[in-house]
Structure formats: C-alpha cells, structure tokens
Design a protein around this ligand. Structure first.
Ligand SMILES: Nc1ncnc2c1ncn2[C@@H]1O[C@H](COP(=O)(O)OP(=O)(O)OP(=O)(O)O)[C@@H](O)[C@H]1O
Length: 767
C-alpha cells in the first residue's frame, strides 16, 4: 500500500466514524419526533406549545442530517500545541500561536515538532458522544486557520489537507505543508504529504451549468472578507474571476452561522441578471443554508413585477439616471389627474344645487398637492378641501353667526354631502386611486410625459422614454429591469395599497442548533403580526433586510441604488464589484446614489487580487482591452497556465457571421467536455440562438447577449464580432472586457468584417 492509499484509508476511517455518529443523531431525532407526537394526548396549552417546538426542531434536524452532501467533510489541519491550553465550545483549542517549545532543535541539526491536535473541517459541526469534535463547522473560529495559514504566517498549522469525497467514500487527498523546514511527527510517525495543491486541482475542474461552493479552497485574502465583522459596510473590489461572487455567498453563510437570530431570512443578495441568480442559487444550499437567503435579480426585486425585456443603451441611460426620480415625482402626482376626470361637481345642499366649476376644482387640486404624503394617501385631504369649497359655495359660513352652532352645522354638512353618492362618485373619478404600473403606463403618453419631464429631459429623451414604455401591458408584461426600479420608486410615491400577509419563513437552524431560543407556533404567529402592524407593505414583501449583499455593484444605476437602498435602511452591507466591468456610463452619478443608499455607516474596504478563473493566456488578451477601456487599471494576477493560446479566427471574405459562429462553436464543443458560452452583441442575441439551434449539445451550449454574460463562466467561450460588442454602448469596451474574461479553459475570438482582422485573425481592438 503506497502512502496515498494509506492516507486515504485513514481519512475513510474518520469519515466512517462521522457517518456512524450522524446515524445515531438521526435516530435521536426520530425518537424526539415520535415522543413529541405522543404528547398530543396531554392537552394543556403548555404541553402543546412544547410539543410544537419539539416536532419542529426534530423534523428540521432530521432533514438536515439526512441530506447527502457531495463532500460533507473536506478538510483537515494538523496543528502544533497552542500557547495556552484554552478550549472553545467546539472542543478545539483556541490559541492561534504555537507554544514556545512546540518546535525543538534536533540534536543532529534541523527542527522537529509533534502534532498536538488534528481537526477535521466540514459543512456542519459534529461532536462524538464524549463531546470531542469529529468535524468542525467551516465557519467556526477553529476552522479559520484552515483558510488563513500561509507558509509566511503558518500559526499552529503544520499540514493542511483537502479531502475529496463523494457521499460516504473518500476519493482523494491533497496536502500543503506550511512548515516545510520542520520535521513533523504524528504519534511518533512522520507526517505524510500527498499531492501538489488542492487549489490547482479545483480550478482545473470542468464547469457545469451551476456554480459550486469553494469551502475546501477559500484563499486567505478571500477568507478575510468572508469573516469580516458585519458592522456597517464591507466593500470589496477585484477584477474578473477573483471570487467576488463566491466570497459574497460564503459570507452570507458565515453571517448566518455567526448570528442566526439576527440574519435568518433577513439576508438579501442582489444580482444583476436572472441568469446569474440561477447560476449561483445552488451555492448556499450546498453550504447547508437552504431557504435562508433571498437571492434576487434587479429585475425581480419588486413583488408582482418581473422584468422580461431589455432596454437599448440610450433608453437605459435615461431610465437609470437620477433625474428620473424627479420626473416620477411629478408623474405620480400628475397621474392622479386623469385626462377624462369630471370638470364639474354638483351636489344639493340646503335644498338647492351647489356647483364647483373648473377653476374651483383646479384650486382644490393644487391645494391638495401641497401635501407631502404619497398621492393615494392625499385623497382624504382632497375630500376635505372639496367639502370646504362646497361649504363656501353654498353660503354655509354666513348662515350661522353663532360659532358653536356653525361648527355643528358644518359637521352635519360634511356628513350629509360627504356620504352622498354624487359626491363619492365624483371623488373617486376626480382623485382616482393610482397604481405604480398605472403611472408608468401613463408616462407612455408622450404629451403627458413631456409635461412631467419639462426642463428635466430633452424632447428626444421624452420621445424615446415614452416609446419604450408603450410596450408595458396592463398586466405588467414587457417590463425591463430598469422599469422595475422606476416602479419601486413609484410605489413609494403613490403609497401602495396594503397587501395580504405572507408569513415570514421560519428559521430552521435556530431550532436545530439549540443555541437559540425555541420558538413555538404561537411565537411565530405573534412575530408575524408585529411585523405587519409596523409596516403594512412588509406584509406582502420583506423590505427591511438585516444584511444586503450587492453583487456586480458597479452596474447599478442611480435609480437601482435607490431601489436597493430602500431594502436595507437598517441593514449592514456587503458590496462587491469591479469598476472595470461597469456597463453603466455615468459612474459619478451612480456613486452619489450609492452613498445615499449606504448612508453614513463606516466602511471597510478589501481588494481581491488573484484571478482564479482565467488561465494566464486568456487573461493576457483581456488585459489588453482593459488597458484601452481604463488606462492605468491594474488587472488581477492569473494563477494558472494551461499552455493553450486563445484562438483568433475571422469570418472569411464574403462569408457569413452565422456560419462562422456555428463552426467555431462546434469546434469548442469538441475541444472541451464542459460548457461553451457564445457571446454576441445584444442586438444579435435572438438571431444567434437560431444560428446555433440543433447543435445538439443540450445544456452545454449557451448563447448570451453581451450584457447577459456578467458574472457567468464557461469552460470555453466564443466571443463573436468583438467590435460590435464594443460599439454597442458608451461602456462597450468594458462590456467586451467582461465577455473576454468568462472562460476557464479555452477562448476563441471571431472577428467580423468590421473588426479589421490582421493576417493572424487578430481584430484591431485586440492588437
Ligand atoms: N478559493 C477558490 N478556490 C476554488 N475556486 C475558486 C476560488 N475562488 C474563486 N474560485 C472560482 O473562480 C471562479 C470565479 O469566481 P467568481 O465568479 O466568484 O469571481 P468574480 O470575482 O465574481 O468574477 P466576475 O467579476 O467576473 O463576476 C469561480 O469558478 C469560482 O468558483
């Protein structure tokens, strides 16, 4: 048996012990369920509440324990004795630095050390029957050295081992030695070292259609972000492939572990596109945090609205800009004045007809709009002002010289007239209840919009905006992601009618860990009631998150920052992004709204510097475009090379882009076993799907418009007609940079006629 086999066998023994222990825990949980069910016979309220809590705990515990993880246990660290003998609640010793005498000089020269503690790291903590840790949760303080230790600052770590397993079987181990100069002994035998680095093995693996977690190979600079304290704002920048998205998701899991009571159900992750949402959705469940975090695309942040179309760059620029907030303010108030609102109000008072004409009504409207409340909430004010005007008109004030009598009569007048059908019908038509969608659709009428946008938008912009809003239907189909931010703003401006309550998701792990208090059904119901009393809107949709994570933050428009900001008024934040990949052309304007959203909270900044996605050969091509897009910007350092240069091809003279795209895509499908992404300019998106139809690769082949490629990655990428992508918007070069940085193995750049390829097929933009 060679060293590798022996080490795998040892880890297998440990994993077997872990699963045996899990089996015992499952048995316990089942017993608790059965026991709780028996208590239903004892009908006192106290006993019922207890039973409720117990069933809930045991059920969740069971489902968690039963889920088969791909690799439940993935790491191990072998440690020197610590400076002090303190132990944490998980049984591991807490000291980070080795004891003075942990490493000794050997008589014949060299140094030797004894391994004092071995910890296995996994997705969930497991103690044996004697409370000795069999597995430490990856988020526990004791697991931090697994991620943080480096040969320069090894702390107590001598050997770090990454264990790959599937289900109950250990497949392989990969070791890093952090104190290579020390001869380490484990129970008298020399510590074995197997393999050459888990990170490289992980990075070289074929990608599927879903992102996977990186728990087994989080790097030190990433770990610092993941475990940064959640006070205030954590800002993370870093180039493509530096793990920003991965880090943001792992941070969500870490925060839940740290303070479950505060964060369960209260973390929002905002992602730029639905494609990126579905790509990343599996990561948190794999980390054991099923259903605890809401991951939403910018176009799905508003309940009941779902973006299903794209704006051209010029329209997006208008819709996203901060000035829209003022246009919407006027529109919301203007929309309460319907073009076919009645022009006369007639009622009968004191036995005769009393009438308000256009002039009096206009005055009442202006006075009503002097109020600052959302327009729908101004209706009581409108009602009051109309009754005032009618009272005047009817000669009411002159009829009663006695003040007390006059007040009484006025009250009776309000009561009589205010409940008359003619008055009520008039009010409903004259101050109709407006909806955010209704206002947005009213803005599609160019003349009205021109009035609301006076001195704020240019006539050309008004025309463009109105035209684009005409595709929005009364049911809300045809909305773009930018429209959704406008709807959210309008919701604040019109004051949405209350919605029926949706119960807040219960927090499974509160109950499972036993660290938190036990909640009963009664508690949960009361909690729901309290939340509704506070904010009627929160009943339909949660808007008060405890932590908000913004991915690809460089892309948020000012209006989108306002929308996201409304969801985190009391929250702490993690904001990750890369200015070099921004598709929004006016960064200063966005920065102002971003600052407003994040408020005065203190900020901690981190930078990630290593590109884990692209091989160096591909990164070099992208770096050239970065230098054009943002002269002076520093690209991240690519950690690996594949020895395969990117391929440059050109559409042959007189040839067809469609045919060349098809041929190049087929070539990549043959070259890599995993996924192939074909990136084209936005306007070619639909056509390109047709070009590639029937290539028969199932989920392996994906066609993307340039803006959809954000955040995603593929084993191979074909970037077609780069000049078209760069020319499509003012941010085009940065969008091309995004497209060129999606590949983990192979990149093909296909030059169209406008790309002026040289003899080697290299487009002008990449030379
Ligand atoms: N420590 C790590 N171990 C293994 N893989 C990693 C590590 N860090 C990042 N990766 C991998 O690198 C790839 C890029 O990560 P991610 O998508 O999070 O980067 P990003 O910074 O968000 O990129 P972009 O800015 O292009 O969206 C992913 O496949 C991720 O799993």
């Amino acid at each position: 048996m060679d060293v590798r086999e022996r080490e795998i066998r040892d880890e297998q023994r440990h994993l077997d012990a872990v699963y045996d222990r899990l089996a015992e825990k499952i048995h316990e949980a089942e017993y608790l369920m059965a026991d709780a069910a028996r208590r239903v016979q004892v009908g006192t309220p106290g006993a019922l509440a207890e039973r409720d809590a117990q069933v809930f705990r045991a059920g969740l515990h069971l489902s968690r324990l039963n889920s088969e993880f791909e690799d439940f246990l993935f790491g191990r660290i072998d440690l020197l004795a610590g400076k002090d003998g303190e132990r944490g609640p998980d049984g591991a010793s807490t000291s980070l630095e080795p004891a003075e005498d942990a490493v000794r000089e050997e008589p014949g020269g060299g140094r030797v050390a004894e391994i004092a503690e071995t910890l296995h790291i996994g997705r969930m903590g497991v103690l044996d029957a004697e409370f000795v840790p069999l597995v430490i949760d990856w988020r526990a303080p004791a697991a931090a050295p697994f991620y943080r230790a480096t040969p320069v600052a090894p702390g107590r770590v001598v050997r770090r081992r990454v264990i790959r397993s599937r289900g109950r079987r250990v497949l392989s181990v990969e070791d890093d030695l952090l104190r290579p100069q020390v001869r380490a002994l484990c129970r008298g035998a020399e510590l074995a070292v197997v393999g050459d680095g888990a990170l490289m093995a992980a990075l070289g693996r074929t990608r599927g259609s879903r992102m996977t977690d990186i728990v087994a190979s989080i790097q030190a600079e990433q770990d610092e972000v993941i475990r940064a304290p959640a006070v205030s704002v954590t800002e993370v920048t870093g180039g493509p492939g530096t793990g920003k998205t991965a880090v943001a998701l792992h941070r969500a899991a870490y925060l839940l572990y740290q303070d479950r009571r505060r964060y369960a159900g209260g973390i929002l992750v905002v992602s730029p596109t639905p494609l990126l949402v579905s790509y990343t959705e599996g990561v948190l469940p794999a980390l054991g945090e099923e259903g605890q975090v809401a991951i939403r695309a910018l176009g799905s942040l508003v309940e009941g609205a779902e973006a299903d179309s794209y704006d051209d760059p010029a329209t997006a620029r208008i819709k996203g800009s901060a000035v829209m907030a003022r246009v919407l303010h006027r529109a919301a108030r203007g929309a309460a004045e319907s073009p076919d609102a009645p022009r006369t109000l007639r009622v009968v008072a004191f036995g005769r007809r009393v009438e308000l004409g256009a002039e009096a009504l206009d005055r009442a409207r202006r006075q009503t709009l002097g109020g600052t409340a959302p327009v729908n909430l101004l209706r009581p004010r409108a009602r009051r002002l109309l009754l005032d005007a009618l009272w005047e008109e009817s000669g009411g004030p002159g009829r009663y010289p006695d003040r007390a009598l006059a007040e009484e009569a006025r009250e009776a007048f309000n009561e009589d007239i205010g409940t008359e059908d003619a008055f009520r019908d008039f009010l409903a038509a004259w101050w109709p209840e407006v909806t955010p969608l209704g206002v947005l659709r009213a803005m599609a009428e160019e003349q009205r919009l021109a009035r609301w946008a006076r001195r704020l938008l240019r006539p050309r912009e008004v025309r463009q905006l109105a035209r684009s809003l005409r595709r929005v239907t009364p049911s809300g189909a045809g909305l773009s992601a930018h429209d959704v931010a406008l709807l959210d703003e309008l919701r604040a401006l019109v004051g949405a009618p209350p919605r029926p309550a949706a119960p807040r998701a219960a927090d499974p792990l509160d109950q499972l860990t036993g660290l938190e208090e036990v909640t009963t059904h009664a508690d949960r119901a009361a909690g729901g009631r309290r939340a509704r009393d506070r904010d009627p809107e929160a009943a339909g949709e949660r808007t008060d998150y405890a932590h908000v994570i913004v991915d690809e933050a460089q892309d948020l428009t000012p209006m989108q920052w306002r929308m996201v900001g409304r969801r985190g008024r009391q929250a702490s934040w993690t904001v990750v992004g890369d200015p070099a990949q921004s598709s929004w052309p006016a960064p200063e304007e966005a920065a102002a709204e971003r600052d407003a959203a994040l408020g005065r909270r203190a900020r901690r900044r981190f930078e990630l510097t290593v590109n884990y996605r692209n091989p160096a050969e591909i990164a070099r091509v992208a770096d050239g475009v970065l230098a054009r897009a943002l002269p002076g910007a520093r690209p991240p350092r690519a950690v690996r090379e594949t020895g395969v240069a990117p391929r440059f091809a050109a559409v042959p003279a007189g040839g067809d882009l469609a045919e060349s795209v098809r041929a190049e895509a087929r070539r990549l499908l043959d070259e890599v076993p995993g996924t192939v992404g074909v990136v084209v300019a936005m306007h070619r998106r639909e056509a390109a799907r047709g070009w590639l139809a029937g290539l028969g690769a199932g989920e392996r082949l994906v066609v993307l418009g340039s803006l959809e490629a954000k955040g995603l990655e593929y084993d191979a990428t074909l970037v077609a007609a780069p000049g078209e992508i760069a020319g499509e918007s003012p941010a085009g070069l940065r969008i091309l940079y995004v497209a060129l940085t999606r590949a983990t193995q192979r990149l093909t750049v296909l030059a169209g006629a406008a790309d002026e390829p040289d003899a080697a097929g290299l487009p002008a933009l990449l030379r």
